[in-house]
Design a protein around this ligand. Sequence first.
Ligand code: NAG
Ligand code: NAG
Ligand code: NAG
Length: 439
Amino acid sequence: MATHLHRLLLLFLPSLLLFRRGTLPPPPPSPSAAVYPVVLVPGNTCSQLEARLTDAYEPPPESPQCGAGSNERGRWFRLWRNATAMDDPAVAPCLSDQLRVVYDPAARDFRNVPGVETRVLGFGSTAGFLADTEANNREHARADQPDLYLYGPAIHRDLCMRRLVEALQQAGYRDGETLFGAPYDFRQAPAARGQPCRAFGRFTRRLRALVERASRENGEKPVVLVSHSQGGYFALEFLNRSPLSWRRKYVKHYVMASTGPGGLLLPLRNLASTPGEAVEAPDALVALPSPVVFGAGTPPLVVTRDRNYTASDMSEFLTAIGVPPLGVTLYETRALPVQLGFRAPLVPTTCVNGVGLSTMKQLVYWDGNFSETPEVVYGDGDGLLPLASILALDTVIGSDPRQEYYKSIKLADTSHAGVVSDAAALKRVVDEILWSTPM
Ligand SMILES: *[C@@H]1O[C@H](CO)[C@@H](O)[C@H](O)[C@H]1NC(C)=O
Ligand SMILES: *[C@@H]1O[C@H](CO)[C@@H](O)[C@H](O)[C@H]1NC(C)=O
Ligand SMILES: *[C@@H]1O[C@H](CO)[C@@H](O)[C@H](O)[C@H]1NC(C)=O
């Protein structure tokens, strides 16, 4: 089975298991009407994608059935998230193949494999974040594909903003009226300025228009922008590439949940076992540990007998694990500048992060054989983001003298996904959106 789907599922789904609840603060009075319109940018794999095959599509040699039968060419069908397809051993390899993105040297950009057209479903609405068909809701931990369903569909739903959407609706928000969603092609990632990146360009244009519409339809009020996890890279890059006057006019408050400037170790470990994927995984390259937090002089991320690696040595590390030269170049030219550009958005910002859970902080490949399973050293964090990455928000955003309003909420014993799904955490996030939006 091709590995892209597998990687997507594993990249952002670990450690979501412990949601211990803190004591609840007293409930605030219910708002009579939504105050500011809210726009949500969800995490990795939380957007729905549709695909259409053209005559140019060539099925993988080992799965000649792909592109025939029920997927007749020219018809739009649900590519992600399609539990029926994931469940069907004859179709799952097709899904994996059609979900791939490849780098096109002529265009200097990533694109779908030839013959596959894709589109993001339901831009403007949060309905897709709830989307789980009947089939998705079925229990489908399959004995023959344990990896694929390691964490199960229920965890996937929690990872997305489903519960946050429900909580906002209970508070009076209405989808398409006061509550909006900005899904995106999560396989891609913002690329460095000056590097062609049609996917992010399209997202930027659509989000800008959506924010303006949300404001216009709500008495010219500015919006509250809320992101989770990978959505934070998209939202922050979007803000930082928008004119400051635009940001200040249209964004009342940015609430960034479960994102840190330091990246995470999981893509490091995943790439070590499947280095060839680097050229198909722009999202993983951006999520790698960043020199902003884990650079020279900090404890090594990877330890071997002969050589240690910090995030400042990432190119050497990628080469050492067998990433093709193109992958290293893509990291250096497209992903690294985005990591280094993580900076204060200069609109009122609240960061909400979980802490207190066991989180990967170092990988030991003592014999220098990166095909082996590393020994993992754990530290504090949200189960995915190491604590150092979370604390760095206070310096990278909080200490910027031009950042007038900054607040950081660190929720004890709360996981990466729990920040937008655990009941107590959710309450804090909703309170921030409703009540603490700076005047
Ligand atoms: C799910 O995928 C299968 C196989 O690719 C396809 O036939 C079906 O139409 C898809 N479901 C939807 C809702 O598009
Ligand atoms: C690698 O890092 C470890 C732990 O910080 C340290 O003990 C060791 O001396 C370092 N090894 C090399 C080769 O630099
Ligand atoms: C590295 O580890 C893999 C998996 O355990 C093994 O198959 C391979 O032979 C090892 N390579 C070397 C050079 O020892």
